[in-house]
Ligand binder design. Structure first.
Ligand code: FAD
Length: 423
């Protein structure tokens, strides 16, 4: 196995890793675990963080269903045996030299590279936000500690205005900004405080969801909870102490004007983008994402590079559910490439978004490329169900920690199904 203890800042260190993985999140650990069971060569993960989070659980942390502790584990406990952990941030890519350069200047050589550093949260793109996060009723489920603060805010809320925001795409789990709005409304209803509260959902988009099939069900959830939806509104500034949020709103005629809203609590979903070190690198597309073929997950130019997860250029919904389907494809095609064969495994664009329309109720949206409706179960997925809630709160965390991150390819098996128009 390559020796990384040697101090080497310019030249690559000893022999290349057979597979080098950038990012030890949902995708990186899954790939490492799957590969470890299949190849005997050297594998390393570049990952600077000490902890690893089950981010889909943060919606439930924000709603008081999970504790933050239930969603976090030490990274060290998840690195598969026989896989080396390079505890550093990657800083740049040298694909022609088959090297990744670390933040400390070391150059790590590889034969095959898997790139999966996730999405970057651009908090600073909203003026005044960083200064007030976690205070003044300004919360966000997009960071674990702030998700815990979301629940503090909801639980102690008495009366006034709650705002939930959604920025322009791309974001991870595009349903998450509205999931917490439904849960907050439901909690206030259950505790008798709903009548004293106005709730607004301000989204940069012009629809509640990217897959039209699910939109009527979500519109009706918004109506049932009496949440006012403001489309095409982008949060641009926040004054925490004054409790004011300023949005840029695009009107029907295309004109943009400011809208100032007072709030008592605001749940902010931050703008997101490809990580800075990836943007503008030789392996990124114009938007900054790893430029891979949307079926094979193989880089379009560098055939010894694969990408998956939130940092990949594929036009799927950025979810852990997508990672679960992409990982076996990457592993098969990477092993084929190692044998100088053409991999045939193909990702179909599957993603899943369990939309918590209330406590005990989930619209389980599952879909693939082209907006195909591809549920795992033969039930109308537009209907909020307790069974889907149990899946999200009980089974999916187990599937993540104990199966997916251990390299199991267990799959419930989604497939395209037709449904009559909504009643
Ligand atoms: C509030 C919320 C709710 C969500 N709900 C759902 C849901 O219900 N269902 C669902 O399927 N998905 C959901 N998701 C999305 C899901 O968590 C992500 O899609 C998934 O984690 C993506 O995996 P990834 O490995 O690409 O990125 P991540 O899991 O984010 O991992 C990226 C890793 O790369 C590391 N990294 C970053 N920069 C560098 C660098 N320079 N060098 C090396 N490593 C680096 C990071 O430290 C991190 O460990 C949700 C996410 C959030 C935030």
């Amino acid at each position: 196995m390559p020796n990384l203890t040697a101090d080497s800042h310019a030249a690559p260190i000893s022999a290349p890793y057979d597979v080098l993985i950038v990012g030890g999140g949902a995708a990186g650990i899954t790939i490492a675990a799957m590969l470890r069971g299949k190849i005997s060569g050297s594998i390393a993960i570049i990952e600077p963080a000490e902890t690893h989070a089950y981010q889909p659980g943060w919606t439930l942390v924000g709603a008081g269903v999970f504790s933050l502790r239930q969603t976090v584990k030490k990274e060290a406990s998840l690195i598969p045996k026989g896989v080396e952990w390079i505890k550093q941030a990657a800083a740049s890519f040298e694909p022609d030299a088959h090297c990744v350069v670390l933040a400390d200047g070391r150059r790590i050589p590889y034969r095959y590279l898997v790139v999966c550093p996730g999405l970057q949260l651009d908090w600073s793109k909203i003026e005044g936000l960083s200064e007030t996060l976690g205070r003044n009723g300004v919360c966000s489920n997009y960071r674990g500690d702030l998700a815990a603060y979301t629940w503090e805010c909801i639980k102690s809320f008495q009366r006034g205005t709650m705002i939930f925001t959604q920025p322009p795409m791309p974001i991870k789990c595009p349903g998450a900004p509205q999931k917490i709005a439904y849960l907050a409304a439901d909690h206030l209803r259950k505790t008798g405080k709903r009548a004293a509260t106005e709730i607004k959902f301000c989204t940069a988009l012009d629809a509640l969801f990217g897959v039209a099939f699910f939109v009527p069900a979500l519109k009706s959830a918004m109506q049932d909870h009496q949440i006012a939806v403001q489309y095409k509104s982008v949060l641009k500034k926040i004054d925490g102490p004054a409790k004011k949020a300023i949005f840029a709103v695009t009107g029907a005629d295309g004109s943009v004007s400011d809208m100032v809203l007072d709030f008592d609590m605001i749940h902010v979903t931050p703008p997101q983008s490809a990580p800075d070190f990836l943007k503008g690198s030789p392996i990124a597309n114009q938007a900054g994402f790893v430029e891979v073929d949307q079926a094979s997950m193989q880089h379009v130019t560098y055939k010894n590079i694969f990408g998956l997860g939130d940092a990949a250029s594929t036009p799927n919904s950025k979810t852990a559910a997508a990672v679960r389907q992409q990982a076996p494809v990457v592993v098969r095609n990477l092993i084929a490439a190692m044998k100088a064969e053409q991999g045939r495994a193909a990702y179909d664009g599957y993603g899943s978004c369990p939309l918590t329309t209330g406590y005990g109720k989930i619209v389980l949206a599952e879909f693939s490329y082209g907006g195909k409706i591809t549920p795992s179960f033969p039930l109308d997925p537009r209907k909020p169900r307790l069974s889907a809630w149990l899946l999200k709160t009980k089974f999916l965390p187990y599937l993540y920690w104990s199966m997916m991150l251990k390299g199991s390819e267990f799959d419930i098996g989604h497939k395209e199904r037709e449904f009559a128009d909504a009643a």
